[in-house]
Design a binder for this molecule. Structure first.
Ligand code: UT7
Length: 322
């Protein structure tokens, strides 16, 4: 199968750092509990920048590092479930700001699996050969839908964005397996039908809610099985894979997946301590950091598996060569 090549990767985080000590002044928790149960020490929180603002910063960096002209971008895809507006989409706002006048742009909603779904969608467009340069950005400003009085969830999340410029490459590896299973284990942002016929009472805003235990078990079980399916599909063993880049939901979820796959935790990129769970942004932020710190270098042929899981429920993996 024709693969995709990452031509550039970038990320952007709000500058304000929110540490566990600060959260422990708002809800009944401690830094020790949060670090032990989640691996998170601090996260970035927006003081006003919205999802499109973060994505625009990522888009500008992608243009700069790749040297591509904005007019040569064929498609802008933003994976998010915390858009600025219902319409225009975040992707359209990014397109406008970048001057990507020949692109078409749309958002994709698959929560924490959004970036993996986005790479899969982009690969299909690239296969047609009609589209050559595609921006895939994953971004969420979860702080705006977090219930800051719920200690079971507010400790987990952070805001951020990351993205890649993708192009087709016949010599690059590509394999994927995506899933969803409609379930309300994680919900947020419900919009009530309010109109003159129903009465105009809007009620409270619907914050992010989740059954942490159930999500934890789902994530470990399905992400492990998902990675094994990719290996089976491609006839590879886990030892053939250089890096696994998992969605950063909880450090203990990543440790459990490594253990179930009987492989070293070293194979997994982990940065949850700094950023918490940034939803659709976590995998591209990790990818961008890996390019910046020299763990990944274009043209080396390293094999990486990206694995996402989250609300929907949704989950999925893609295998790429770098
Ligand atoms: O991207 C997908 C989105 N969702 C997730 O990634 C969530 C995945 N789940 C998790 O990360 C974990 O389930 C949590 C971190 C949310 C919770 O950890 P846990 O080890 O599953 O704890 P628990 O919910 O079973 O709670 C254990 C205890 C409870 O007290 P009791 O009933 O044993 O007395 C909770 O009330 O810990 C208590 N607890 C807390 N204590 C201090 C829950 N949250 C906190 C807290 N600080 N922040």
């Amino acid at each position: 199968m024709t693969g995709v090549r990452i031509r550039a990767a970038a990320h952007y985080l709000p500058s304000t750092v929110l540490d566990n000590h600060q959260i422990s002044t708002w809800v009944d928790t401690t830094d020790e509990w949060i670090v032990k149960r989640t691996g998170v020490s601090e996260r970035r929180i927006s003081e006003g920048e919205n999802t499109s603002d973060l994505c625009i910063q990522v888009g500008k960096q992608l243009l700069e590092t790749s040297g591509i002209n904005p007019e040569d971008i064929d498609m802008v895809l933003v994976a998010t479930f915390t858009p600025d507006y219902g319409t225009p989409s975040v992707a359209c706002l990014v397109q406008a700001e970048l001057g990507a006048t020949n692109a078409f742009a749309f958002d994709l909603s698959a929560a924490c699996s959004g970036f993996v779904y986005g790479v899969s969608v982009a690969q299909k467009y690239l296969l047609t050969k009609q589209y050559k340069n595609i921006l895939v950005i994953g971004a969420d400003v979860l702080s705006k839908i977090t219930d800051w009085s719920d200690r079971g969830s507010c400790i987990l999340f952070g805001d951020g964005a990351g993205g890649v410029l993708l192009g087709a490459d016949e010599n690059a590896l590509f394999a994927e397996k995506l899933y969803s299973r409609g379930d309300k284990v994680i919900t947020g942002g419900f919009t009530k039908v309010v109109n003159p016929l129903t009465g105009m009472e809007r009620g409270e805003y619907d914050f992010l809610k989740l059954d942490g235990r159930e999500v934890f078990e789902f994530a470990v079980k399905e992400a492990t099985a998902n990675i094994n399916e990719i290996l089976e599909q491609t006839g590879m063993s886990i030892d053939d894979i250089d890096h696994i880049i998992p969605h950063q939901a909880n450090g203990r979820i990543i440790e459990a997946i490594a253990k179930k796959l009987k492989t070293s935790l070293e194979k997994f990129y982990v940065n949850i301590q700094k950023y918490g769970n940034t939803s659709a942004a976590s995998i591209p932020i990790a990818l961008s950091e890996m390019f910046k710190n020299g763990t990944l270098k274009q043209g080396t042929g390293k094999k990486v598996i990206l694995v996402g899981f989250g609300g929907g429920l949704t989950w999925g993996s893609v295998l790429l060569s770098i």
